[in-house]
Design a protein around this ligand. Structure first.
Ligand code: CTP
Ligand code: CA
Length: 224
């Protein structure tokens, strides 16, 4: 629940937000996943709706409920996420890639459950790279659409953390990159977050910490 009254400054804007973490199937019962809960993406969706935007939330295995009044499209793997994001992005004013996308997927997906007695004492998995959804959107962006990426880094030194972010936004080509620090107990399943936002030039355009809702508000302020 939002405790503050929100300005209606995103009225008429269409925003696509991906949230959560993708899962890459190994067999019908197992997957390779990550620890993203979807909380920051859901908070963005919630605040954007409260500010008047029409929001499509592309939900990858969320650990939290999607907010009311957003259009939800459920996906699971990176490939599914890509096809739904690419389609939804066509009519959008803003695309925010808050989802944690698997960088690699198993080369082969077993059609039935992998059995121990057919594997012996070691099991090797061969993984192949997934396409970069954000870089793809940025490469084909229009002048009237803003594309925002997220980057969760474990680097603890601030200068090195910023350097990684500058390198990443240059590589991705998106308009803004929201950087946050993650660790074994930081960033994921918590309500709080602490972010630095870089623009294409690598300059810091916003810095915020607090609840995921208040951090969402700072990110949306950049759009206004
Ligand atoms: N992303 C994406 N498609 C991928 C991987 C990442 O769209 N296949 C997006 C994420 O949603 C996020 C941004 O790219 O908005 C940065 O993700 P991150 O994992 O930090 O970047 P990578 O380029 O994958 O670099 P790293 O080696 O640090 O994981
Ligand atoms: Ca990655």
């Amino acid at each position: 629940a939002m405790l503050t009254v929100q300005p209606r400054d995103l009225t008429g804007r269409s925003i696509v937000i991906s949230a959560g973490g993708t899962r890459e199937a190994l067999d019908p019962v197992r997957f390779i996943g990550n620890r993203s809960s979807g909380r920051q993406g859901v908070a963005l969706a919630e605040v954007a709706v409260a500010r008047g935007a029409s929001v499509t939330l592309i939900a990858a295995n969320l650990e939290v409920a999607a907010p009311a009044s957003v259009t939800v499209r459920q996906v699971s793997s990176a490939a599914e996420l890509k096809s739904v994001v690419d389609e939804a992005a066509r009519g959008a004013d803003v695309v925010i890639m808050a989802a944690a996308v698997a960088d690699y997927r198993p080369e082969d997906v077993a059609p039935s459950k992998i059995k121990k007695d057919q594997q012996g004492d070691e099991l090797s998995l061969r993984l192949v790279k997934n396409p970069d959804i954000l870089a793809g959107l940025a490469a084909t962006n229009r002048a009237d659409r803003v594309v925002i990426g997220f980057a969760a880094e474990t680097e603890t030194d601030r200068e090195e953390f910023l350097r990684l972010g500058r390198e990443k936004i240059a590589r991705k080509g998106c308009d803004y990159l929201v950087l946050n620090r993650v660790g074994w107990s930081e960033g994921f399943a918590t309500d709080g977050n602490s972010i630095v936002v870089l623009d294409r030039a690598g300059d810091i355009v916003s810095e915020a910490s607090g609840s995921k809702a208040s951090v969402a508000g700072h990110i949306l302020d950049l759009l206004v």
